[in-house]
Ligand binder design. Sequence first.
Ligand code: CP3
Length: 342
Amino acid sequence: MAERKLLKVLGGQTVFPPPIWMMRQAGRYLPEYKEVRKKAGSFLDLCYNPELAVEVTLQPMRRFAFDAAILFSDILVIPHALGRDLRFEEGAGPMMTPIDENGIDNLDASRLHAHLEPVYETVRRLRRELPQDTALIGFCGAPWTVATYMIAGRGTPDQAPARLFGYKNPKAFARLLDAVAASSAEYLIRQVDAGADALQIFDSWSGVLDEAGFEDWCMRPVREMVRRVRERHPSVPIIGFPKGAGLMYQKYRRNTGVTALGLDWTVPMEEARRLQQDGPLQGNLDPMRLLAGGRALSQGVDKILSSLGHGPLIFNLGHGITPNVPIEHVEAMVKQVREATL
Ligand code: CP3
């Protein structure tokens, strides 16, 4: 365990060169992923098939020997496990029936763990198969981000439907966030029971909220989740990724109690250094630099390493890798990080 670099950094140590992994590291930029995806049938079939989910989790590890593997699943398995319909349409992303007040009051957690058992089995198998020095990250979506898809029934550019619903129906919206938070906390606890040694909470849409929304819809439910997870697993490190949180990043860590902050690429290095005074950081290369390659990539990597390498840092992208990234660009990024000196 002591050899897992990612866990050392999450424990507050500075490790250089820093550990590296990529959000969405298993995915369509890998030809071997597309093969398995075809074999699995639908994307959800892949998420609920331990044998295939283990395989696609390990694919990027074989190619790039990242310091951490992330469980292959999706943030929307929680609403699915609570009885909401869900399908992924080619090119259109997730599709659900938009939830209303009646739907919120009928969310059913009674089959939560039965539904998610294949995911726990994937985690158990992964921990057995991964090298000892590799960390295994479990994850879920933050309640606000999960709720945006439940309300709109699909992805939208600015999550206007969920914001509007929250303003018009504050009590029902609070019940929705509480229900998702309670189930998500249990889901994370079971992932740690199964062998995950760190957790990440993806709040991909926290950047569209005003101050009160950020407090009530983003931070409050995450704080409650962190409290519940720590009740069962007091020392498990938790990475919060409130994408687009901007001026609220510092408050987010202090308020929710997450161990580390995942930064998106818009956070300036000077501000990131200030945030690093409070604890570990993860990030924050613009995924478009990875797609561009060449100097745009090497300069971006260099800037992060020279600015943040003197403190606890996990090198990552500022959001998920896009499907069309050439594999050589990922190889070049990993090589540059691994060979870096301060
Ligand atoms: O990081 C990993 O490699 C682990 C797996 C993972 C997936 N989704 C697999 C996936 C993780 C951590 C996620 C998180 C996720 N899912 C988020 C938060 C992070 C983010 O990117 O903002 C969100 C918002 C979702 C919901 C979701 N799932 C959307 C909007 C989409 C469609 C967009 C797209 O890329 O197609 C998905 C589908 C999805 N989740 C894919 C993968 C590999 C692609 C589906 C396919 O293979 O057809």
